[in-house]
Ligand binder design. Structure first.
Ligand code: TRP
Ligand code: SF4
Length: 403
């Protein structure tokens, strides 16, 4: 999929506890790459955590700080991306409220995670307004920044899709204006002769042949222009697809490359299943946990051949060992040339050296809470500036008076 440097990226994580290997290899490694190329916004979704943890909010602030420490420890860089707290940017909530006006209940009731989570988290009452609104809040998180890309796991793809629907519905309802086409054509003229022709040609290709690449190119052409007004940019973007001005931008999900890591027992790694290796785990614990970890059940004796594809240790090799080691495991396991202890020890060495600097940095940041607070405050201020600008446009489009 195409991804252009400098696009706006947004993602969030619920502060449910210390981060573990699943977060690191599945999510954070991705974020580290993205922060190099894009304008990134990463936030702690404390409101989202409240939708399910409303009965014990006491640990929330603690976990929120812990997550930020873990982010910094793995190498998220506060001068390269904005790191902030959702609940410190009330514009997310305002947008959620405004979007709620145009949200058909069915859209929310149909989201698969709504029923799934209610079924899974049986010890909690999730028949709440807040929980039903979970994906709506997530859409507001994304749309308030006009984010283009949203890195998430497979389980969140439906939420990003919903955010796209909200953007379309909003633009359809509030992006229309008198004389739209005339105004847009006048704006196109201001692109300069060559670009005007190219813009119209690309639009034609998309409209007549459904050429989405042409659509992307035309969007880029418009976005790259510095010297046009916001209003004209929205018109030019909106006209590409028809209707009216593009006030809210349709985001795209960037699916995490690594599939979910299995935990120590072979089920997915998750804090609630108590089968994780956390990023801050003591070396002795890492060793103990890894050496007692489940393997391919067919390998009862050292001489029984195994199959890495049936072993929860293998995905760890896949994310952290080099190709040579992986070949050694694949062959050695299938031919019973190596034992599980050999296999795990090899992994252990690599894992320990990867975790050591992370743990050390985390301990250091733990001793400097003011520094972590400063990162959050500065990140929040920058995020808020972007959010404020956009909420003004939304208010105006919905006929509310500007403050
Ligand atoms: N729902 C996401 C999760 O559980 C967290 C989240 C909240 C999020 N708001 C977001 C992710 C906005 C991406 C964009 O993982
Ligand atoms: Fe798993 Fe390695 Fe044992 Fe094979 S040798 S079953 S991959 S731990």
């Amino acid at each position: 999929m195409t991804e252009t440097p400098g696009q706006r990226v947004l993602s969030g994580m619920r502060p449910t506890g210390p981060l573990h290997l699943g977060h690191y290899y599945g999510v954070l490694k991705n974020w580290l790459e993205l922060q190099e190329r894009h304008e990134c916004f990463f936030f702690v979704a404390d409101w989202h955590a409240l939708t399910t943890e409303y009965e014990n909010p006491v640990e929330l602030a603690e976990h929120a700080r812990g997550i930020v420490v873990d982010w910094l420890a793995v190498g998220l860089n506060p001068s390269a991306c904005r790191i902030f707290l959702q609940s410190w940017v009330p514009e997310h909530a305002e947008l959620q409220l405004l979007l709620a006006m145009i949200t058909p209940l069915g859209w929310l009731e149909r989201v698969p995670s709504y029923k799934d989570q209610q079924r899974q988290l049986v010890n909690r009452d999730l028949l709440t307004y807040g929980f039903l609104g979970y994906p709506l809040l997530q859409a507001a998180d994304i749309l308030i920044y006009k984010a283009a890309l949203v890195p998430v796991g497979e389980d969140q793809a439906a939420h990003v899709e919903l955010a796209r629907e909200f953007a379309r519905r909003f633009n359809h309802l509030y992006g229309r204006e008198a004389g739209f086409v005339e105004k847009t054509l006048a704006a196109a003229e201001k692109l300069g002769k060559r670009n005007q022709g190219l813009y119209l040609e690309l639009r034609r290709r998309f409209q007549e042949k459904g050429d989405t690449e042409a659509l992307e190119r035309a969007r880029e052409l418009v976005r790259r222009r510095q010297n046009i007004t916001i209003g004209n940019r929205e018109r030019l973007l909106g006209y590409l697809e028809g209707g009216g001005r593009t006030i809210l931008v349709e985001p795209r999900a960037l699916l995490n490359k690594t599939a979910r890591l299995p935990g120590l027992d072979g089920r997915k790694m998750s804090k609630s299943l108590n089968n994780t290796i956390s990023l801050r785990e003591e070396p002795g614990e890492v060793r103990r946990k890894l050496l007692t970890m489940a393997t391919d059940p067919a390998r009862v004796h050292r001489s029984d051949p195994g199959d890495p594809d049936k072993c929860p240790v293998w995905p760890l090799h896949q994310v952290c060992s080099d190709e040579e080691t992986r070949a050694w495991v694949r062959e050695g396991c299938r031919s019973a040339a190596i034992g599980c202890v050999d296999c795990k020890k090899k992994l252990l060495t690599t894992l320990q050296s990867e975790l050591k600097p992370i743990r050390e940095r985390a301990l250091q940041y733990d001793k400097e809470p003011e520094m972590v607070d400063r990162v959050l405050r500065e990140g929040t201020a920058a995020a808020r500036e972007a959010a404020r600008k956009n909420i003004q446009e939304v208010r105006a489009a919905m006929g509310l008076r500007r403050r």
